[in-house]
Structures are given as C-alpha cells and as structure tokens.
Design a protein around this ligand. Structure first.
Ligand code: PLP
Length: 410
C-alpha cells in the first residue's frame, strides 16, 4: 500500500492565487461585461530584452551544428554565464564571489523551496511576515512546521513586518536556525538599510544560524543605502546563501533562469557538532536531482550583462517603477496609506478603515473591477493590507488609479 507523505495534507486548502482566480471567475460569470484590470499576480508583461532574444536565436543555431551542439549542461551552469554573474553582480560592487560558489538554476522558486532539504528536520525556521509563501509551504511539506492553528504554524517563528515597526523585523526571542529574508520584499515592497541588515548577519553569526536571502527583486532597488547583495555586509559569507533570478530583472518568468550563491565558508553542523560545508552538499544534491538549465536559455541570460542588455533591462525596470509611482501617488492623493513601490514593483496598501483583506478584495473587484492580492494571503501580519503590482501596462495602471479615485466607495 502506497502511503502518502501526510505533511502535504497539512497545507491549507486553496493556494492563494487559485482562490483569487475562483473569485474572479465567479464575478465574471455574474458580470460578463465588466472590464477587469488585473494588478494581482506578480508576473511581468513586457517582452524580453532584444539582446536576450538575439543571443537565444544564435544559440538555437549553435544547436544545429555538430561543432557547437551541446548536450547535458553542467549541473552548476556554464562558465560563460557564471563569469558574467561574478563580474557584474558581485565584483563591480566590491564583493568577491568565486565561480565555484554560483549555481545556475531554472528559478528562485525551486531554489528557495529546495534549499531546506540540506537541513535537519528539527531546524527551527523564521520568516518575515508577510512573505512569499514558498518558504513556509516547502517546510510544511518537509514536516518542519508543526500544526496550523489560527493562520499560523506552531513551529515557525514569525517576524512581523507592519507599518507599526516600519517593516523592520525584530530579532526573534527564541533561537532560530534558518532565517528567510526577502529583500526587497514581496509583498510589502519594503527593504532594509545596510545597518538594519547587519543586525541579522550578526545574529546569525552569534547563533550559528543561516540566512536564506532572496533578492529576486534586486534590480528594482533605486535608493542608495539599500544593499543589493547580503554579501555587502561584513561577515555575511559565513552565514548566508543568496538567491537571485532573471525573472523580474529581465522578464525571464516564462524563460526560466536564476542562480544562487553558496559561499565556501558557509558551514552547518552534524548532530555531534562537526562542520559541514554547504557548497559541496548542494553540488551533490544538484548532481542527483537536477540536470541543468538549457544552453539556449543560459545564452539568453548571459546577454542580460551585455551593454545593450543592460540598457534594455534598465528601460523595462524603469517602466515598471514609473507604474509603481503612478499607483503610489494616486492612492496617496485619496488618503490611502501605501508602502513600497520605490525599490520594488509592489505597492502595499493599508485597507480603508482596517477592513479585512478578503472583504476589500471583493469590494475592489465589485466596485472598481480591479483585481489585487489580499495581504493576509502572505501571512498573518498581512491582514488589513492589500498588494498591487506595477507589472501591468501603463494604460491599465493609469485606468486602475482613476477607478480607485472615482469608483471605490470608502
Ligand atoms: N522569490 C520571490 C520573492 C518571488 O516573488 C518570486 C516570484 O514571484 C520568486 C522568488 C520566483 O522566482 P523565479 O521566477 O525565479 O522562480
């Protein structure tokens, strides 16, 4: 008899975006003529940079010739891409990362979900709250999170980030082993300064904890004192793994390419206290479970770092950030409190009069025909908040703001 992994059964019902889809479909059925604007799911809409398209066309041709054909790629990624990553994302910022510390992958979702496999089942995890749901759910599946009671897992340490603490998480009272930090944050769009991030690096060093630092939105950072990499903080290479993605940086959500950095100095421990290097452990894991990212896609990602690639990427990011500014300014002009939107493509708004996130979702959908994401879907501290994304077209973004002003009854 095949027995299922019952941890999977513990996951609460509908995945957030499935529930949103269901509600939107029901609304559409009763209001077929409604012109719905979607500022919900965090997917990009602008096409890939031309530099990436050209590089991928060339790579397709390489596959047609015997002398340049490629079979299985390296598990950790091709040198041509890793060298560009090391040079541009790290060396230019004064950070030393070795080529053998970078692991190219098909996405930060799978990386951030899979990394927990390296750690013992008794490891205590901490997550900023609200946050990208993958961190918690992947630990639920592994059996690390305890029971789900009143919207919280009993064995997870939640680090609330709300307007009351300026979205700066406090250090946990109990000792934690793994700390997920997502900066710039999805969903709040907020960040930490170098000084604030240093507090976490110091905590991890003191407690032999590991920080899992997801900077999928790094390309949106526009303010000066915001670190682009956790390795800008002294001592971080001993305590942190960094995740990056080409998805939001260069529109690769459908093309799939990302990478992570696992420094050689980063160690975890066996139960009897022996040090184990995580870099080799991950390499071994990847060699067993992953067969690499396609040559064509890695050539496309490499082109992100070319002169034209950089120019085109910056244009697209600036398009989205202008959308964010339009939403932020528009909502503020009608007295709505908003956060984020400056170093991230997300605007985190407080619901009017502290309304429940899902009640506001239904209200916004029915009165203004706008779809957003209820904050509580990202964690208990998201209650009373709502996420809007800047990934729509300029036209839809402007129209949505106009509808907020004219149709929403608050
Ligand atoms: N990390 C965060 C914080 C995200 O918001 C997302 C996507 O929305 C991802 C990772 C997934 O990235 P990828 O497309 O590289 O899998």
């Amino acid at each position: 008899m095949a027995i299922v992994n019952e941890n999977h059964l513990k996951l609460p019902g509908n995945y957030l975006f499935a529930e949103i889809g269901k509600r939107v479909a029901a609304f559409k059925e009763h209001n077929p003529s409604a012109d719905i604007i979607r500022l919900g799911i965090g997917d990009v809409t602008r096409p890939l940079p031309m530099a990436c398209i050209d590089a991928m066309h060339k790579a397709v041709d390489d596959m047609s010739r015997i002398e340049s054909f490629k079979g299985y790629p390296e598990y950790e990624g091709y040198d041509f891409l890793i060298n560009k990553i090391v040079e541009n994302d790290y060396k230019k910022r004064g950070i030393t990362v070795g080529v053998d510390e970078v692991f190219v992958s098909d996405g930060a979702k799978s990386d951030t979900a899979n990394i927990q496999e390296l750690f013992g089942l008794n490891s205590r995890i901490a997550v900023t709250d609200p946050v990208y749901p993958v961190y918690v759910d992947s630990n639920v599946m592994a059996g690390r999170t305890g029971e789900y009671i009143d919207g919280k897992w009993t064995n997870v340490t939640y680090l609330p980030c709300t307007s009351e603490n300026g979205f700066v998480p406090e250090l946990p009272k109990e000792k934690v082993d793994l700390i997920y930090l997502c900066l710039p944050n999805n969903p709040t769009g907020t960040t930490l300064t170098k000084e604030q991030l240093k507090v976490w690096v110091d905590y991890a060093a003191k407690n032999k904890s590991i920080i899992l630092f997801d900077s999928a939105y790094e390309a949106f950072i526009s303010e000066k004192d915001v670190p682009h990499s956790i390795y800008e903080i002294e001592g971080a290479k001993e305590v942190a793994i960094e995740f990056r993605s080409f998805s939001k940086t260069a529109g690769f959500t459908g093309t799939r390419c990302a990478y992570m950095v696992i420094p050689k100095e980063l160690k975890a421990y066996t139960a009897d206290g022996s040090e184990i290097g995580l870099n080799r452990l991950w390499y071994r894991r990847q060699a067993t479970k992953f067969n690499g990212v396609s040559y064509i896609v890695q050539r496309g990602a490499e082109a992100v770092y070319s002169e034209e690639g950089q120019k085109q990427v910056k244009e697209t990011i600036s398009y989205y950030l202008s959308n964010a500014a339009i939403i932020k300014n528009g909502l503020e002009s009608i007295g709505i409190k908003v956060f984020g939107g400056v170093n991230a493509p997300y605007i985190w708004m407080q619901t009017p009069n502290g309304m429940d996130s899902w009640v506001f979702f239904d209200k916004l959908l029915s009165e203004a025909n706008i779809v957003g994401t209820p904050g509580v879907g990202f964690g208990p501290s998201g209650q009373g908040y709502f996420r809007l994304t800047a990934f729509g077209s300029r036209e839809n973004t402007q129209a949505a703001v106009e509808r907020f002003k004219t149709r929403l009854k608050v």
